[in-house]
Design a binder for this molecule. Structure first.
Ligand code: ATP
Ligand code: MG
Length: 663
């Protein structure tokens, strides 16, 4: 018999905490629903409350799938859900498309021809592989004719996949200047695919394409997942690409499944990664039964900030008109526009103003400095440091992209997947005197032994016998010989016969093996050691090596800066600030050529300029109470200093909407 438990009564008054439009969306029984509304109107809040309500109504958490733009956003929403619904939201499937894809593929990748325990190649690994392949396939051309760099190949490859087009077509439309290298690029891409399969590895794009393939081609798995998920919810839907939209369609394809997507077309800022705002526009065509909810009240910003944001975005022609009324009372001040004589003075202004605000009682965590590109933050970083103002920086080198962290992780990856070429190369290239050519020879020898062993032991995902025995007869090039024995012994030490080491223990051991290399390679050796220790501290909850490695790979997607001081100012690119809010926001480097970027201006592509303007709109709409817009008239002091007129986005603003501050 089925025994139904009554929903837990938390006494939560949804109607009081939501406006009627939000409430209708939270409680709808529609199978397909679209919430389309402007910035700060409570779209994310609506999704959060809906999840809480579903739990209260007795939906099992593991039958809810919540797709968000960052893993951090998912965590925050689920914490909020737990607080609202008064129960654990732990079993909800929540996270980025990539993390959910990883989770599903961990279970089923063998159906696509992968071995158990595949590894994930992040951006840096991809570039390393492209560099090696360029050497191999473009040979002399690579040196003589400005052959595209690894980053460019990576961009082309990824854009093609994320827009669902062939790379040849993408090359012609978006990378026309590479036309003459088409043949060599083709060879490189083919080899790239083969190498990934041989290494039993997927890059980030593979996570999406493979999930889609799995869902399309394996009916049993599709049916299983469609039966599992009763509710699929997607935030920031305006930034989904074709792959993601198709995945959503399939995961939410069950007869019983409801789908709710929320978004704002005016905040679509990822077309350079293949996002297509048309998915949100066409939602009602795809699902003719879709119920559409519009929220027309902004809860985030004071009216003066809302007005200036609305004025800014009104210059875009291609957008759906939205009414957005302020819910808040008038704030104390108009947004400020600050022309600074140069970048250093601009930074001095920011630091001094932040200092005053903090002295007046505003917490550091309520203040953000936003910019279009990471390097725009350099002066502000220095000035804040000089003034002892703590900050965290969410752009720039992320924790797991740092070389020394990757060095350590490579050992663990090789341990878990002996076919991992990128990891192997990374390790052996830390041996003195081992260059590209020796590494290749070593890899070939290693691979044939490893592959033979794994084929002979089909039940093992990794080599379980001592490495020193398995690889005893392998031919080792002279340059690598002095270190080879030590390397094999170290690998043996990582899996002693009688016990399985935890990820933290493994990291600790590897750190010892690598000590000499780290000392010799990095001048700030001490700091880097701290980073490595932090690695074990942050991820100590990982159950086993595979879980640990997936976490590491997926976290490099996200911001994982360790926050030294919880009350610190945020420095972030605008892209990374999407969906977030602060009491005080500074947008810096608003000079023509800096923002919009001069390349966009030169391309004179109206679509690209409109995307820059949407980015500007995203920046402005992050602010709750105070907004400062500044630019340096000169960027730099020496012979290469650039003169910057104010950005066209600033000059287009009606002067009555802001106050000019002269320094
Ligand atoms: P964005 O477009 O930037 O992602 P959003 O539409 O997702 O914004 P939220 O972040 O959900 O907006 O909400 C903006 C702010 O307004 C939050 O601080 C939220 O708590 C608050 N808010 C939203 N709706 C209400 C409401 N009905 N009553 C009180 N506060 C609200
Ligand atoms: Mg939001």
């Amino acid at each position: 018999m089925n025994y139904t438990l009554r929903p837990t009564a938390t006494g939560h008054d949804y109607a009081a905490e939501l406006n009627p439009e939000q409430y209708a969306a939270v409680t709808t029984d529609a199978r397909h629903a679209l919430v389309i509304a402007g910035a700060g109107s409570g779209k994310t809040r609506t999704l959060t409350y809906r999840v809480a309500r579903l739990l209260e109504c007795g939906v099992a958490p593991w039958r809810i799938l919540l797709l968000t733009f960052t893993n951090k956003a998912a965590r925050e929403m689920l914490e909020r859900v737990a607080a609202l619904a008064g129960m654990g939201a732990g079993q909800i499937w929540g996270g980025t498309f990539h993390s959910v894809a990883n989770r599903i593929l961990r279970l089923h990748a063998t159906r696509l021809g992968y071995q158990p325990g595949f590894t994930i190649l992040d951006g840096d690994d991809q570039r390393a592989l492209f560099r090696a392949l360029t050497k191999q396939f473009a040979g002399k051309t690579a040196k003589s004719e400005r052959f595209p760099k690894a980053e460019v190949l990576q961009g082309l490859h990824s854009l093609a996949i994320n827009t669902g087009r062939s790379w040849q077509l993408t090359l012609r439309t978006d990378y026309a200047q590479l036309d003459k290298h088409e043949e060599a690029i083709g060879k490189i891409f083919d080899a790239y695919h083969t190498r990934k399969m041989e290494s039993n590895a997927m890059d980030f794009d593979d996570l999406l394409t493979n999930l889609l393939k799995l869902l399309q081609e394996h009916e049993d798995i599709r049916a299983d997942l469609q039966g599992r998920f009763l509710h699929v919810l997607v935030d920031e839907y305006q930034d989904t690409n074709i792959l993601q939209a198709s995945i959503v369609g399939l995961l939410a394809g069950g007869q019983q499944t409801s789908l709710m997507v929320v978004g704002d077309d005016a905040q679509s800022i990822y077309s350079w990664r293949g996002a297509d705002v048309d998915h949100i526009f066409r939602f009602s065509d795809t699902y003719p039964d879709a119920e559409v909810f519009k929220i027309e009240t902004n809860y985030r910003s004071v009216p003066s900030i809302l007005e200036i944001s609305n004025a800014a975005i009104s210059n875009n022609t291609r957008q759906f008109a939205k009414v957005l009324r302020p819910a808040r009372d008038n704030g104390r001040m108009k947004p400020a526009v600050i022309p600074a004589p140069d970048n250093r003075t601009e930074a001095r202004f920011i630091a001094q103003r932040i200092d005053e605000l903090m002295a007046a009682g505003i917490a550091g965590k309520d203040i953000a400095v936003l910019y279009r590109a990471h390097f725009h933050s350099m002066d502000v970083q220095m000035e804040l440091t000089r003034n002892h103002i703590p900050y965290r920086i969410t752009s720039g080198l992320r924790f797991f992209e740092q070389a020394h962290i990757k060095d350590v992780v490579a050992w663990l990856r090789l341990l878990s997947n002996p076919r991992d070429e990128v990891a192997f190369r990374r390790i052996v290239s830390t041996f003195p005197r081992v260059g590209e050519a020796t590494a290749t020879k070593l890899w070939q020898a290693w691979y044939s032994v490893a592959d033979a062993w794994l084929t002979a032991h089909p039940d093992s995902a990794c080599i379980t016998a001592p490495h020193s025995e398995v690889f005893a007869k392998m031919t080792v090039p002279a340059a690598a010989r002095p270190h080879w024995g030590g390397f094999l012994a170290s690998m043996d030490a990582l899996h002693p016969a009688d016990q399985v080491l935890t990820p933290a223990e493994l990291v600790h051991k590897v750190q010892n093996f690598m000590d000499a290399h780290l000392r010799a390679s990095y001048e700030n050796y001490e700091e880097r050691l701290e980073d490595i220790s932090q690695l074990t501290r942050s991820l100590s909850d990982a159950a086993d090596l595979d879980a640990f490695l997936s976490q590491v790979a997926l976290l490099s997607e996200d911001d994982t800066q360790t926050e030294v001081d919880p009350d610190c100012v945020t420095l972030s690119t605008i892209h990374q600030a999407k969906g977030l809010e602060w009491k005080v926001v500074f947008v810096i480097f608003l000079g023509e050529g800096l923002f919009p970027h001069y390349r966009v201006i030169q391309s004179s592509d109206p679509v690209a300029v409109e995307e820059e303007l949407r980015l500007f709109y995203v920046a402005l709409t992050r602010a709750e109470d105070q907004l400062y817009l500044s630019y340096p008239r000169y960027n730099g002091h020496s012979y290469d200093s650039q003169f910057c007129p104010p950005s066209r986005f600033l000059t287009a603003l009606p002067p009555e909407l802001y106050e000019l501050w002269n320094l």
